[in-house]
Design a protein around this ligand. Sequence first.
Ligand code: HEM
Ligand SMILES: *[C@@H]1O[C@H](CO)[C@@H](O)[C@H](O)[C@H]1NC(C)=O
Ligand SMILES: *[C@@H]1O[C@H](CO)[C@@H](O)[C@H](O)[C@H]1NC(C)=O
Length: 328
Amino acid sequence: MIRYQRETSAMVTCINSTKLTIWLGLFLLGTAQAQLSTNYYSKTCPRALFTIKTAVHKAVAAEHRMGASLLRLHFHDCFVNGCDASVLLNDSSTFTGEQTAGGNAGSLRGFTVIDDIKSQVESVCPGVVSCADILAVAARDSVALLGGPTWPVQLGRRDSTTASLSIANSDIPSPTMDLSGLLSSFSNKGLTAKEMVALAGAHTIGQARCVVFRNRVYNESNIDASYVSSVKPNCPNNGGDNNLTPLDSNTPVIFDNGYFKDLVSNKGLMHSDQQLFNGGSTDSQVTSYSKNPTSFHADFAQAMVKMGNLSPLTGTKGQIRTNCWKTN
Ligand code: HEM
Ligand SMILES: *[C@@H]1O[C@H](CO)[C@@H](O)[C@H](O)[C@H]1NC(C)=O
Ligand SMILES: *[C@@H]1O[C@H](CO)[C@@H](O)[C@H](O)[C@H]1NC(C)=O
């Protein structure tokens, strides 16, 4: 950044024309924020994508839920100052990361899988592939492996040297939010209501803890009675906060449209899930995805690319971390 400011001010003295200077300044800003591309590592680390995919396959084969956990890591990374691997930075006595944020603490998992992938990629091409890109590729490979769509991942993100606990607390949507809060949380990131509904379809895989849906199961009325009876035994009124229940009641490890079928049957597990189908503006999109898995898959893939493009660090910004859990 400093380098670009210097170049710009050098041009101010040289050219001494305000309009042209502004134009040049904008041009330099534009080039400083280089585009991501799908072939970013094709020359510098041709084995990167295969190495990541193989490791993801191994981890998901060992535990299907890991595919869900890796997908969620990428989401929680991208929603806090963009996809820059800030979510991976450990707290230390001198550094406050994002892992103690409300939406992350005791909940995010998959860190050691990412660390393991990173060390494999480092041994193939040291210092080349960012942790932020590994998260994006691991999310894509996880979804594909569990029967979901695939997409060409844009690459070239660099890793942050900072993290923000306060932005993690404010920008990651909460399971107690109503539809209006969910919509603004996504529109704050430039994502439309339709993209939000598609992305929430990620809850067709993975699990949630009793503590995040207890109030819904014990207190809400827009929930199917037999579903309530099936969920309550594993989520008592008191205790069992960390007991897990699948977010998709029928096909919890298949990336299908089961989540939307649940919602139209009032079987959304969390308050925020059922908000997408509760008489509001997103009902019709949920109904549509519940009937058409192909359009869900296509829209999910498109929305993942868009989410993955949120404010990447490119050019000389950030760094390529050696270890994903700490800055160099
Ligand atoms: C719409 C707003 C969203 C809210 C309020 C929300 C909230 C949550 C909560 C509370 C959990 C359970 C966490 C726990 O019990 O520890 C969860 C799980 C999950 N979320 Fe979301 N989420 C949202 C959107 C998304 C998006 C956009 C994605 C990815 C594209 C995603 C992917 C996942 C996955 C895969 C799981 C299961 C993780 C696992 O089993 O390890 N969520 N979400
Ligand atoms: C940092 O987090 C990783 C998981 O990403 C963990 O394996 C490691 O032990 C942690 N390191 C320190 C020094 O806390
Ligand atoms: C149900 O709602 C009441 C009133 O808001 C609250 O005090 C109670 O904790 C809730 N029950 C559960 C299980 O969340």
